[in-house]
Design a protein. Structure first.
Length: 130
């Protein structure tokens, strides 16, 4: 699992290897949003997207073989792959809307599911995996 603070510019690249014979791969990216003000029209201010790439890697941040964009009003993106190709993979976390201060981000890649924890945020997807 990776944790980092994402700024409003640039992107993060996270490399990992999928072993031969892998049956399933789950990728989870989540980030923390501060509480919206009372009466706010939209609670989510920032929008980060995750792109998943298999070698040979695409240039740039918002590019790759797969995107797991799920919602502009949700701070979590999940991608599941059945029988993923063995080899080198990369996740790119890309800011797509402007925000002023860094957002704490957590990314987990696992064969059966993820538990992602950061500050007071907890998300469990699939089977428990550490």
């Amino acid at each position: 699992m990776w944790t980092f603070d994402q700024l409003s510019t640039g992107w993060q690249e996270l490399d990992f290897t999928v072993a031969p014979g892998a049956k399933r791969l789950v990728s989870v990216m989540t980030y923390i949003e501060p509480a919206a003000s009372a009466g706010a029209f939209v609670a989510l201010v920032a929008n980060l997207d995750s792109w998943i790439d298999v070698e040979p890697f695409a240039d740039g941040g918002a590019s790759g073989d797969f995107s797991s964009h799920q919602s502009v009003v949700d701070n979590t993106e999940i991608a599941t792959f059945v029988n993923p190709a063995a080899g080198n993979w990369r996740i790119k976390v890309v800011p797509t809307s402007a925000f002023i201060f860094p957002r704490p981000v957590s990314v987990c890649v696992a064969p059966s599911g993820c538990v992602v924890e950061r500050a007071h945020h907890h998300l469990q997807v699939g089977s428990r995996y550490r």
